[in-house]
Design a protein around this ligand. Sequence first.
Ligand code: CP
Ligand code: NVA
Length: 332
Amino acid sequence: MNSLLGKSITKELDLTAEEFLALLDLAANLKAATKQGSEAQKLIGKSVALIFEKTSTRTRAAFEVAMAQQGGSVTVFDPNSAQIGHKESIADTAKVLSRMYDAIMYRGAAQNTVETLATNSSVPVINGLTDQWHPTQMLADLLTMREVAGPDLTNFKFCYLGDARNNMGNSFLITAAMLGMNFSIAAPTALWPTAELIEQANKIAKTTGAQLQLTQSAQQAVADSQFVHTDVWVSMGEPNSVWQSRIEQLLPYQVNTELMKHAAPNAKFMHCLPAYHDENTDVGKQAAAIAGFTGGLEVTDEVFQSSANIAFDQAENRLHTIKALLVSTILG
Ligand code: CP
Ligand code: NVA
């Protein structure tokens, strides 16, 4: 593959399919080395700046542990306690941080912010989630699917149900198109990706042979799928007031035992997490009260607690794939 040295990854399309797959290979090797205790530390003396305008558990943990295991260090910036955005522009922040750090990770709302950082930075900038894209999640999810289904990602069908006009739906559509995969989205049309994005994905699919389907039928999308993905129905940054209407719109797309019966034999359930599968969180409790039912929203607790659930493998794979991305973009 071409070297990713110095390259910013603000969205999936910043990578070629070849580069994407090579990152998965590297992540698998790094994962094996970590497990065997034979990991070679390549990032000794390197530092990464992590900017979180939105909250995180997995993404922060993955960047921090990846750098620690590789012998490097991180600084976490919470914009409330730094000048970023209030007293200093994003462009100037990029120029300052790239004088001291070897890479910058940004998580926040606006895609424009991560792109402005990348334009003004002399070190790689990685998108750790924006409203539009979640590329590091794609790497982890595709590695996880490979671990279950084997290396050929074109060998099976997978689907995504729920809020499809958000980061996860957008990212899956483009990633599936790029990698020539068989992928279905089920959502009400109001929650489909934009017409522009669907057209872009279809154009890419023509060159890669991807089979992309958008449907309003959860059963149709799930039919014969090896992997059934979903995400929260209300994403970070959206007001609590949208819960009521979102529950009404998305209840037909809840991943439950009945729906999983339509999937391929031994199909797996996937979720980027966090998930509202019970009432053991403040938001889960409030949302269940609005919904008027308990036992899970986007996924039932029954499916979540079943052996079909590989969401925690996905969570672990954030570490190995982000490590691969850091090694590749910092060292080439
Ligand atoms: N999946 C994911 O991005 O998790 P966090 O929000 O905890 O980082
Ligand atoms: N769509 C979710 C993904 C969380 C990892 C959100 O943006 O909140």
